[in-house]
Design a binder for this molecule. Structure first.
Ligand SMILES: NC(=O)c1ccc[n+]([C@@H]2O[C@H](COP(=O)([O-])OP(=O)(O)OC[C@H]3O[C@@H](n4cnc5c(N)ncnc54)[C@H](OP(=O)(O)O)[C@@H]3O)[C@@H](O)[C@H]2O)c1
Length: 250
């Protein structure tokens, strides 16, 4: 591991878009810190990347758990002098249900994973982020941040909050060399789309439309999306900080 190697943390990198982003960053010679909940599929994804690139490390963390986040923040601070970037990609879609029928615990967990964990983690990691060198933060958002989707209330609220959180970070930390952008990735062929197709059609009016996206080949591959995102993730300028992008416009 070269001392000069730039370091990126990628959350939700056990599978889906996060894994594609982590793999591409490693290929571009960044040291990648992968983060997800402990699982055999995460172990396998990490082993695969680490065998190929060597400069990859792995953190097990459940982002719905404040204590776990504190533990992992300490671990990152203890093991790194700085971070050159973070991709806040981890996300969950559930609950998929009309607002009055949602399970309170699931609704709150959604906000915790998709939004609150990002604030907690960033605040904790500030000593590594504020520096004379640039730190680039990218949050993975969604079209659901800017338009309400029936039965996705928690997800829409979390992603809308995440986009404003990103703008606030950009606003407050420009003088500390931290920039932040959000990116909507389009409709990507990942586990999240499977979760959507596996949801109860009686509780989700657009169910058939999402099945149709899959059956007609309208989903993008996570590797293609990661390729399109990479320049923004690694090179976005301070002038771009605070902006929202949609992969379909790139
Ligand atoms: N797929 C789409 O069409 C689409 C569209 C718009 C936006 N997005 C956004 O793109 C991002 C990536 O989603 P994806 O489609 O790649 O979904 P995915 O395949 O379901 O992957 C989600 C990732 O988040 C991690 N994660 C979930 N809950 C977690 C928790 N409590 N703690 C730690 N990690 C957790 C998962 O890890 P483990 O489960 O292994 O812990 C996994 O690595 C999300 O922010 C999503 O909202 C996706």
């Amino acid at each position: 591991m070269g001392a000069e190697m730039k370091r990126f943390l990628v959350t939700g990198s056990s599978r889906g878009l996060g894994l594609s982003i982590a793999a591409l960053l490693a290929e571009y010679d960044y040291h990648v810190i992968m983060l997800a909940r402990p699982s055999p599929h995460f172990d396998e994804a990490f082993q695969h990347l680490n065998n190929q690139f060597k400069h990859v490390s792995k953190l097990d963390c459940d982002l719905s758990d404040r204590i776990e986040i504190s533990r992992v923040v300490k671990q990152i601070i203890d093991n790194n002098n700085r971070l050159d970037g973070i991709v806040f990609n981890a996300g969950i879609i559930h609950p998929i249900s009309p607002m009055h029928e949602t399970n309170d615990t699931q609704w709150e967990e959604n906000i915790h994973v998709n939004l609150l964990s990002i604030q907690q983690m960033t605040k904790g990691l500030m000593p590594l982020l504020m520096s004379t060198e640039r730190t680039r933060i990218t949050t993975i958002s969604s079209g659901a941040a800017i338009r309400p989707i029936h039965s996705w209330s928690a997800y829409c609220v979390a992603k809308a909050g995440l986009e404003m959180w990103t703008k606030c970070l950009a606003e407050e930390y420009q003088t500390h060399n931290i920039s932040a952008i959000s990116v909507a990735p389009g409709i990507v062929d990942t586990g999240m789309q499977e979760d959507i197709r596996n949801s109860n059609p009686n509780k989700f009016p657009s169910h058939a439309q999402f099945v149709d996206f899959f059956q007609t080949g309208a989903l993008s591959s996570s590797d293609d999306v990661a390729t399109k995102l990479m320049h923004l993730v690694t090179e976005h300028t301070m002038n771009q900080s605070g902006s929202r992008y949609d992969v379909r416009d790139l």
